[in-house]
Design a protein around this ligand. Structure first.
Ligand SMILES: [Zn+2]
Length: 348
């Protein structure tokens, strides 16, 4: 019996070491970030995939891809070159077909930050005309200057050095911040190569077609994609699933009819939203209703004589939207809505 106990004592540290990965080489150990820390691939239909961004990773916005008979279309290029490289590796694990097209749903950096990778591969990048104007200008507000990024990185590195090993959560948070800053330092704002501003554009992937169209609301330069044979819509940021939207460039008065039109045309489609999980029409309708509720509440507030600051304080989010992600947008959205209704908002 005594000998048995000794053996357990000798083996226990080995079992623990295996369980916690300390026997693994550094390149595959648990704390080295990988694609699965940045996004989750979800198969939406045969050959149609969503890449759902994970919080704090290098993707930030959702992307997706469509595999046809003679090539692949990538819808949106994430926030960083590193993230789109990871997506290309995922695609290449599924098909040997070349990447034939990329699409930018709109200019926001969390959907275009990987453009340079596709441009370097000679892949045409298709977007709304306005992306050509805003990609390298307005996006600067989402991409701090190199000196600022370097300063933030130095601050995070110092904090990490000062954080003891027992505070593992804080350390891993700081490591993720540093990884994100490193990835941001590699972004070169890169224009699309082919643009349009009205009607539709049909992209040919052999037998499979992808139809692009544009509608207003989120930025005034948004493109969404429909895969007719699979009944899948990639909405870009025209659609958010169980997530409060960013209204910084939005015109809600245009956005609600846009969503009504998309829902009317695609009542049974699956939707790959710009943020949040793969959705059905009911989720897109909930999002449309959030915008409508917001507009109605703010309109009433203005009628009651509230100032913008009073509106931001008093018009709290209805219960039904409190489980949505990105709660930090709740108050700024009242501000944006107020300014839109008062016609004082600086929009595109
Ligand atoms: Zn956006």
């Amino acid at each position: 019996m005594k000998a048995f106990n000794v053996r357990i004592l000798l083996i226990a540290p080995i079992i623990l070491a295996i369980a916690f990965g300390s026997f693994l080489p550094q390149s595959v150990s648990a704390d080295v970030p990988k694609a699965e820390d940045d996004f989750q691939i979800a198969k939406v239909a045969e050959g149609v995939y969503a890449a759902i961004a994970k919080s704090g990773g290098l993707a930030s916005g959702n992307a997706g891809f469509v595999i046809g008979n003679d090539g692949v279309l990538i819808f949106d290029t994430f926030f960083t070159p590193a993230a789109i490289e990871e997506l290309i590796a995922e695609i290449q694990s599924l098909t040997k077909l070349p990447i034939k097209f990329a699409v930018n749903s709109h200019y926001h950096l969390d959907h275009t930050g990987g453009n340079q990778v596709l441009a370097a591969r000679g892949v045409p990048i298709i977007a709304h005309d306005n992306v050509m104007i805003w990609q390298t200008t307005k996006n600067k507000r989402f991409l701090p200057a190199p000196e600022e990024l370097a300063k933030r990185k130095a601050d995070a590195a110092k904090q990490l050095a000062d954080t003891p090993a027992e505070q593992a959560d804080k350390r891993s948070q700081l490591e993720r911040t540093i990884r994100r800053l490193d990835a941001m330092m590699t972004i070169k704002l890169t224009n699309p190569t082919k643009t349009f501003k009205s009607g539709t554009m049909t992209l040919d992937l052999g037998k499979r077609k992808v139809i692009l169209a544009t509608l207003p609301g989120h930025t005034g330069g948004d493109v969404f994609a429909y895969v007719p044979d699979a009944k899948v819509v990639f909405t870009g940021d025209l659609g958010w699933s169980r997530t409060l939207p960013n209204l910084v460039d939005a015109t809600v008065n245009d956005w609600i009819p846009t969503l009504d039109q998309i829902l009317k045309q695609h009542p049974t489609a699956k939707f790959v939203p710009g943020h949040g999980n793969v959705a059905g029409a009911a989720d897109i309708k909930d999002f449309r209703d959030y915008l409508d509720d917001l507009r109605a509440r703010v309109k009433q507030g203005i009628a009651n004589g509230l100032t913008v600051d009073q509106a931001k304080q008093q018009l709290t989010l209805p219960e039904k939207y409190k489980s949505f992600a990105f709660q930090n947008f709740a108050v700024p959205n009242v501000d944006d809505m107020y300014k839109e209704l008062k016609a004082t908002k600086q929009t595109n």
